[in-house]
Design a binder for this molecule. Sequence first.
Ligand code: ZN
Length: 279
Amino acid sequence: MEFQNERNGSKVHKYLLKMITGLIFLLGTLFIGLNLSQAQQDNIPELEDGEEYEERVRHPVSNIILQQRFPDILVLSAAPTENTVALTFDDGPDPRFTPQILDLLAEHDIKATFFVTGARAEAYPELLQRIVNEGHIVGNHTYGHPNLVESSDMDTLETEVLRTEEIINAIVGYRTKLFRAPYGFLYDELLEQLGSMDYTVVGWSVDSLDWREDPPEDIAYNVISNIHPGAIILMHDGAGDTGDRTNTIEALRQIIPNLKDQGLEFETVPDMLDISYQK
Ligand code: ZN
């Protein structure tokens, strides 16, 4: 009996020791992890009003109704007469994810359209240059990614757009004619103003919902099940400081071959719509 107790005692001992060692290891990993992600976050310009997640629920005016009102300014897709689709990526350039997306696009010989923020283009000019060097098209996604409906004054719009236009021009040598609103939030006056600034405003017809960071299969399903000829597909190469686009990249590995198998070809937005990308 005594012998039995002793054996149990030493078992408990060993178990406790394992627990404590495990706990120390866990805390250590957590500490290193926090420090690493802090270091990665320190430099990246934040998205002013957050990434899609918090804002998308308060969509003000349907982009489809706005497109009817402003057919010459706002585009959501191309006519479904040819088997082409356009991949678009927002919120970069982001050194954590944009290079991987560029590698993947190069691997498949696909050209895409990137809507960049001025703040991030300014912080990572060499990455913006790489996007352009590899044959992709760059569009304006404001300087700091504000909610333009909430700020709702034309001065904010003009400052945000012009500042970004200058930055992009200084890096890549042309003034982009393409604009996409943060969160896709637009209203009549904004569109009129953007039109008078000689912009084509680019929305989308297929939303990958990748900002939710669901598994890659779900992101791929969102795109593949809604695809149509002439589609403009919304995805994100950039994220907020705690965001992660790993699942977006994994989803692309499923989306690209699937759409190619369906006979679809990838083009940039201006190529697909046969419009100019620079002023
Ligand atoms: Zn955005």
